[in-house]
Write a protein that binds this ligand. Structure first.
Ligand code: SAM
Length: 261
């Protein structure tokens, strides 16, 4: 499987998304649980995907809302949700909407976009529209958390791949061996866009390898880009970290901004 697909929606690979065994893939969950505890009110996750973060928050007792544009990712979320106790399911409210311009009849104490989802908004207008929509959906004093990746050095030719890079290898419950490779295809320094191919391959015994591909088109942030956007949307930046353990902003792999209305 592969071929044409819309970038950033994991249409062909949503069913494999949660199989990433790498530690950074789960280390943000305790961070968001702590932020939800502080919020003392309803929580919204933008681009909640398969519910990797949203479902643990509901399991911890929080009332959670989630939006995502991908039918495939939301199908995975629904499947996982159906396996949870009824009282947990009742705390989960999910709809298919774009984070660019969503509408929910609810004011929130906390809105967050985990694991670089915000970078799926490929233009500055879309990103600003998303932030302004969040602002309208927050209680006064409510918080917004945005996480994007930090580039280790200014964007340049170094970023482009010459060949596929192995991200991880893992065993699926049926005993199949799955690998995921990524290929950094191109970057546009004017539009600040990166194009990446994700390639999952599944091998079961002597059977032919099955391949599933998706595309990412991500906007990257450098310098004061994101600070300026957050302020333009009306937010006050309260804290900035380089990782979920509170590392200084210029030292981790992440850029984490905590803002309030
Ligand atoms: C890297 S995944 C992150 C999913 C989840 N937040 C997590 O941390 O595991 C990015 C998600 O963004 C969603 N997405 C992409 N563009 C979107 C948009 N414009 N509005 C809402 N969701 C979007 C994708 O469908 C996908 O589920």
């Amino acid at each position: 499987m592969g071929g044409d697909c819309v970038a950033n929606l994991y249409e062909n690979t949503a069913f494999l998304y949660d199989r990433d065994p790498r530690i950074p893939f789960s280390m943000d969950i305790p961070f968001y649980v702590k932020q939800a505890e502080k919020a003392k009110g309803p929580v919204l996750e933008l681009a909640c995907g398969t519910g990797r973060v949203l479902l643990p928050l509901a399991q911890q007792g929080f009332q959670v809302w989630g939006i995502d544009l991908s039918e495939a990712m939301l199908t995975e979320l629904e499947r996982k949700k159906n396996g949870l106790p009824v009282d947990v399911q009742q705390r989960i409210h999910v709809s298919r909407q774009s984070m660019c311009d969503f509408s929910i009849r609810q004011q929130f104490s906390l809105i967050f976009a985990a694991f670089r989802s915000f970078q799926a908004l490929s233009t500055e207008d879309e990103a600003l529209s998303c932030l302004k929509t969040c602002y309208r959906h927050l209680h006064v004093g409510g918080r917004l958390l945005i996480n994007v990746f930090r580039l280790s050095k200014p964007m340049g030719d170094w970023w482009q791949s010459k060949e596929e890079k192995l991200d991880f290898e893992t065993m699926l419950p049926g005993g199949e061996i799955m690998t995921r490779h990524s290929f950094n295809k191109s970057f546009d320094p004017i539009l600040r866009l990166l194009e990446v191919d994700l390639i999952y391959r599944i091998q079961h015994k002597e059977k032919p390898v099955k391949e599933h591909r998706d595309k990412l088109r991500l906007r990257y942030y450098e310098g004061d880009d994101l600070r300026t956007l957050l302020r333009d949307a009306g937010f006050t930046i309260e804290a900035e970290y380089g990782g979920y353990a509170g590392q200084p902003i210029d030292q981790g792999n992440e850029l984490l901004f905590i803002c309030h209305k």
